[in-house]
Design a protein around this ligand. Structure first.
Ligand code: HEC
Length: 165
């Protein structure tokens, strides 16, 4: 699934650009606006659901994993504990649901140093970021991560049996 890699690459580049040029307030928009925008576009263009889910969640609407996604996130963490790196990890599976069969696919999103500003320990967060996050996400659980932790995954859900181009 090239889509997942391209999605993460585009986000990573935008984040780097905004952190150096635009500053943290512009960088927030990369995660809060650009990421859902790309996911939305990829979903429409491909006829699949493309989204990002978190191991701990800031925006429940977009980021909360379903039961299958939760199990895969746990498997990713277990695989990492055995020495596999998140960078090369994938999980794909055909899943039967009441509505039919789906091909489901996930690719891990690890925490990099540049993510810590907004997902790292609250104690080390700049006041300006802390204030904005608390204002917009009073139920934020997506903090306290360390570099190398599993932040979440890109998750794709493709209906099978429909006509795909
Ligand atoms: C400048 C602040 C900021 C930085 C830096 C940042 N994020 Fe985020 N992140 C956010 C905000 C705000 C949201 C909530 C987005 C929304 O409202 O949908 C979010 C949401 C997410 C989500 C969706 C799941 C959830 O909890 O809602 C993932 C996954 C994620 N970020 C990963 C990352 C990764 C990986 C990095 C580093 C490459 C990163 N973020 C860097 C601010 C940031």
């Amino acid at each position: 699934m090239k889509v997942t890699g391209a999605f993460l690459e585009e986000l990573g580049e935008a984040m780097k650009r905004e952190m150096t040029k635009g500053g943290p307030m512009e960088a927030i928009k990369v995660c809060a606006e650009l990421a859902p925008e790309i996911a939305n576009r990829l979903s429409r263009e491909n006829g699949w659901r493309v989204t990002r889910v978190g191991t701990r969640v800031r925006n429940p609407l977009l980021g909360m994993p379903d039961a299958w996604e939760q199990r895969v996130l746990e498997k990713f963490v277990a695989r990492a504990a055995k020495g596999e790196t998140f960078a090369v990890m994938r999980h794909g599976e055909v899943v039967s649901e009441p509505g039919g069969q789906y091909y489901r696919f996930m690719k891990p999103i690890p925490i990099q140093p540049k993510c810590l500003l907004c997902h790292g320990p609250i104690e080390t967060m700049p006041e300006s970021i802390k204030t904005i996050l608390q204002q917009h996400y009073p139920f934020d659980a997506a903090t306290g991560y360390q570099v190398g932790d599993l932040r979440g995954a890109v998750s794709i859900k493709q209906p099978l049996g429909q006509q795909n181009r």
